[in-house]
Design a protein around this ligand. Structure first.
Ligand code: AMP
Length: 123
């Protein structure tokens, strides 16, 4: 893993110190099921590079973030979200971020289920 020390729960997942239900992995990115799903399907996409939050992202990170975002529709479809989903990146204290390792929430209900309500987020 590149970047500064990462003592978050996601750092522990990346170091295989605690388990996760893996959805996808490559050299840059890991995706896994959220342990407290906010919808029928709810997974997280994280960079292997330690970036604490979206607030710390710079232009150098554009290819990595582009890859993460481009993975969203592929993984959402694979996880059964064939009819739409929601993406959230809680950022900082005012954004109610709990885990300070950048992550994209992808969540939604399966086709035939209820659409998500209003601006309901990953909390
Ligand atoms: P945030 O509030 O945006 O920082 O979201 C952190 C998310 O991480 C929450 O949705 C938690 O349910 C999820 N989470 C916390 N610990 C774990 C874990 N060990 N495995 C999977 N997801 C987790």
């Amino acid at each position: 893993m590149s970047g500064a020390a990462n003592d978050t729960i996601f750092g522990k997942i990346l170091r295989n110190e605690i388990p996760c239900q893996k959805v996808y992995e490559d050299e840059d990115v890991l995706a896994f099921q959220d342990i407290h799903p906010a919808a029928e399907v709810h997974f997280l996409i994280i960079p292997k590079k330690f970036i604490p939050s979206l607030a710390e992202v710079g232009m150098d990170d554009a290819p990595l973030l582009g890859k993460m975002m481009a993975l969203v529709p592929q993984l959402a479809k694979e996880q059964g979200l064939a009819d739409g989903f929601r993406v959230a990146v809680n950022t900082g204290r005012m954004g109610r971020q709990d885990v300070y390792h950048l992550h994209i929430h992808v969540f939604g209900n399966r086709p035939g289920g209820a659409p998500l309500s209003g601006m309901a987020g990953a909390h």
